[in-house]
Design a protein around this ligand. Structure first.
Ligand SMILES: [Zn+2]
Ligand SMILES: [Zn+2]
Length: 561
């Protein structure tokens, strides 16, 4: 065994010992020994135990460990510490700038157990107030995680969106025509993309190429006859393809749809796609109504078209209120009143559902019974002050390990509506996770099932769950399913929306806002809902204030009986 791996093991051991708050003198001894071994001009493995003990900064106790490592290939002490540490927490320690002391706060005080949750917490500004952190550290951590994600070449739609829009707008400035569009997964608004595709209806000429070279936020990587490959500073790949104007619309359809969509389209037309004057014309040739780009996945759009049931997809302006939001009462960063004013004045909504965390969410300042009552008094005052705008009294109730909700019935019955979500104990079998969710769904006080799988895109897959059974249970119990609009979540996945709709389940586009800016995430929720084929009629928060009042009232009547 060479010095380097031995030094690495000792470094990890010292970090884990510090993480588990072992004697600081011992921690320092191990760390120093590791550092020393790394710099030795000879191989430590070739030395006898006595010779090792004689080396300064190693000594008796560390020499024994090195010996154990060389002979067995492992260290019992390290294995035990690893067994007591979630693997995700060990991974967090590899992030630049995060030593054991900070990781301990992240793990124990904030309840974060992997990089995905840490990234989510940065986006929710949860690190700012943690001991030893601040806005600057939070930003550094966020950047370091994004760097790690980028090295995998995959991005959230939201990470590429503003860059893509700037690029397209700048590009349009040098074109004398309108034949330019995003194509590919980005145009279909897929939640995770591995690049941006742009189609231009003209030949690639030197003027265009020169212009692209002047853009300081775009690095041209390769130029071919009819295409350019470039890259954003964050590492997002950009593919720009050029075609003759007369082939533009054919290529627009060809390059926008998924392979499955294109294959079916060709079958219906009975040949390869011909040149046309518009996208609509192509769909007419296939005897189909126009299919929105978001739906061109080959999943369910043809079936719906055949049934003459293609939905009018929901739009941002269809949303009349925002349910599931947090304020400073729990882990939000804006006061309840600031949230109300923003919703009313800036988002032009009719109502706000406030759902701070329930008491089990200790890391998020979850509300005790007394604080629930105090918050409800404030809500009454706000409802008088800002009428006819209405604040609904909600809670995001933790679903406990056994599937029960977090308060006794006396408290549960005081809310207008309840979002039930899982926030802890993610390691469960599919059977356990499913029955835990179903028990919460069957609770008569549950109105909405929050982020049903707990996934964090690109970083945490969420607990394994039988989604079909969960949707069936929601249908049976009249429970609405959330489309969590946070671009990291977009949970429930759009691929399940049609099944939910078939079963008569309503969906709700919830920003889960932890600040006034968080309301803007509804944009991504609408995007996911459109991919799933949701129309305003099946969206809970597209109901007007009068309608949703009635909806909650009806649910309450059922609960009481
Ligand atoms: Zn939640
Ligand atoms: Zn929430």
């Amino acid at each position: 065994m060479e010095n380097k791996p031995i030094a690495r093991v000792l470094k990890l051991l010292s970090q884990l010992m510090e993480l588990h708050e072992e004697n600081s003198f011992k921690v320092k001894t191990i760390a120093t020994a590791g550092f020393t071994i790394d710099k030795l001009p000879f191989s430590i493995a070739k030395k006898s135990l006595q010779e090792m003990e004689g080396i300064r900064a190693i000594g008796k106790s560390v020499a024994a460990k090195v010996q154990e490592l060389i002979e067995t290939g492992s260290l019992k002490e390290l294995d035990e510490l690893l067994a007591d540490t979630p693997p995700g927490v060990v991974e967090i320690m590899t992030i630049k700038g995060l030593g054991p002391k900070k990781v301990l706060v992240i793990w124990k005080s904030l309840g974060i157990e992997n990089i995905g949750e840490l990234y989510y917490a940065c986006n929710e500004n949860r690190l700012i107030e943690a001991k030893g952190f601040g806005l600057k550290t939070q930003e550094e951590i966020k950047k370091a995680i994004e760097f790690k994600m980028a090295s995998n070449g995959r991005f959230l739609y939201s990470q590429a969106e503003s860059f893509g829009n700037i690029l397209l707008n700048d590009f349009k400035k040098v074109l004398t025509h309108e034949l330019i569009s995003f194509v590919g997964a980005f145009r279909r608004k897929v939640e995770i993309i591995d690049g941006l595709d742009i189609l231009v209806g003209c030949a690639l000429n030197p003027t265009l190429l020169d212009y692209l070279h002047t853009l300081d936020y775009l690095k041209v990587v390769e130029t071919k006859d009819n295409s350019i490959e470039a890259e954003s500073p964050a590492g997002i790949k950009v593919y720009i393809r050029f075609c003759n104007p007369e082939n533009y619309y054919k290529n627009l359809v060809l390059q926008s749809g998924s392979p499955e969509h294109i294959k079916e389209l060709e079958i219906r037309i009975g040949s390869a796609l011909p040149d046309v004057g518009s996208e609509e014309e192509l769909y007419t040739l296939a005897d189909l109504p126009f299919i929105e780009p978001e739906l061109r996945e080959g999943e369910f759009e043809f079936k719906l078209a055949d049934q003459k049931a293609l939905p009018v997809l929901i739009k941002q302006t269809d949303l009349k209120g925002s349910l599931h939001n947090h304020s400073t009462w729990s882990d939000g960063i804006n006061s309840l009143e600031e949230m109300v004013v923003y919703c009313k004045e800036e988002m032009h909504l009719q109502y706000l559902g406030i759902c701070d965390h329930s008491k089990s969410a200790f890391y998020a300042k979850g509300l005790s019974e007394e604080r629930v009552l105090a918050q409800q008094t404030e809500i009454d005052l706000l409802n008088t002050k800002y009428a006819p705008f209405k604040v609904f009294k909600g809670i995001e109730s933790d679903i406990l390990f056994d599937g029960s909700l977090d308060y006794p019935v006396e408290i549960l019955s005081r809310f207008d509506f309840i979002v039930a979500s899982i926030h802890s104990v993610f390691k469960m079998s599919e059977e356990k996770a499913t029955s835990r969710l179903i028990k919460a769904i069957e609770n008569p006080y549950t109105t909405i099932l929050g982020h049903p799988t707990g996934r964090l895109l690109l970083s945490r897959s969420g607990y394994p769950v039988d989604i079909k059974k969960v949707i069936d249970a929601c249908a049976e119990n009249g429970v609405v399913i959330e489309i969590n609009a946070n671009p990291l979540r977009l949970d429930i996945d759009w691929r399940w929306h049609q099944y939910a709709l078939e079963k008569g389940v309503m969906l709700s586009i919830n920003p889960d806002a932890h600040s006034i800016n968080g309301f803007r995430d509804t944009h991504y929720g609408v995007m996911a809902a459109r991919k799933g084929g949701l129309s305003a009629a099946n969206c809970l928060n597209a109901l007007s204030l009068d309608e949703i009042n009635l909806f909650f009232e009806r649910k309450r009547l059922i609960t009481r009986n």
